[in-house]
Ligand binder design. Structure first.
Ligand code: ZN
Ligand code: ZN
Length: 282
């Protein structure tokens, strides 16, 4: 297993302990850190370039991109999406098997012409577009276990038969053209959540046979978080075990874990390092 970590230095609390908290993991000879260089950070390495504007326009309207530029979060959004895009290219070219992408701004509330909830660009959608164009990829899957509904991702792939989107959230269960919403009650046990995830893999992901899986992973549903649905911090590693296993069965382990919701620094430090360790284990 060769695991890529895609990182850029971010403002705010939640990732203050990174990358230091990955000490030990970063020293493994099958783990590779791709670090971003950008103007507001002192230079160290130059492995992540921002997403070129012409690629942004394949998914988002020029007007929306202009509105994102006006938020002041454009740079962070570009490098967040750049990590996902770079991870996808490197996986398809065989350089790495799987990846963990540290984003400042997530994906799933960014649609073709709208954004919100801390999501400015849809990195998974941008990456899928690239993989189709450059690598002839046909089928991909996005598993979304952030606590909230991914309205942006849903809109982008609602009419797309080649992308399976499975969203776990509070909305009612529904299914449309390989977009699947799985209802999660306002309080749920780890056991029931895990059972729902296993069932989703068995029922939708396996038969769909994606060539790569994107995991929109948020920990905002954890106890004490802003999207608290009663999940414990321990749930996330168990979920990662299932998703990694599923990716190995379905698509030779090709998996990109994208950090989405969650705000607590203590949870980030507790949950993220073991997930990356797991990704890197053979
Ligand atoms: Zn969320
Ligand atoms: Zn949803």
């Amino acid at each position: 297993m060769r695991t890529g970590i895609f990182f850029y230095y971010q403002q705010g609390e939640r990732l203050k302990d990174f990358p230091q908290a990955l000490e030990g993991t970063l020293e493994r000879n099958n783990v590779f850190l791709y670090d971003a260089f950008y103007p507001s950070k002192p230079s160290s390495s130059f492995d992540l370039d921002p997403v070129p504007i012409e690629i942004l326009y394949k998914i988002h309207t020029p007007k929306m991109v202009d509105r994102v530029k006006a938020t002041g979060s454009y740079e962070g959004a570009l490098y967040s999406a750049a990590g996902t895009l770079s991870a996808a290219r490197r996986i398809l070219s065989g350089e790495i098997t799987n990846a963990f992408v540290f984003t400042g701004y997530g994906d799933h509330h960014a649609g073709s012409d709208f954004f919100g909830g801390g999501c400015y660009l849809n990195g998974a959608a941008l990456a899928i577009h690239e993989l189709r164009e450059k690598f002839g990829l046909t089928r991909s899957a996005i598993i979304d276990t952030d606590a909230h509904h991914g309205d942006g991702t849903w809109e982008l792939f609602e009419k797309d038969p080649e992308v399976l989107y499975i969203c776990f959230c509070a909305l009612g269960s529904r299914e449309k053209n390989h977009n699947v919403n799985i209802h999660v009650p306002t309080r749920i046990s780890d056991f029931d959540y895990l059972a729902a995830a296993k069932e989703a893999f068995h029922r939708w992901a396996k038969p769909f046979q994606p060539e790569i899986i994107f995991w929109n992973w948020g920990y905002d549903g954890t106890v004490g978080e802003y999207g608290d649905i009663g999940l414990t911090p321990e749930l996330h590693l168990k979920l990662a075990v299932e998703i990694k296993k599923g990716a190995q069965e379905i698509c030779e382990g090709r998996l990109i874990t994208i950090l989405c919701g969650g705000s607590r620094r203590d949870y980030a430090k507790l949950i993220i390092p073991p997930i990356i360790e797991l990704l890197a284990d053979s």
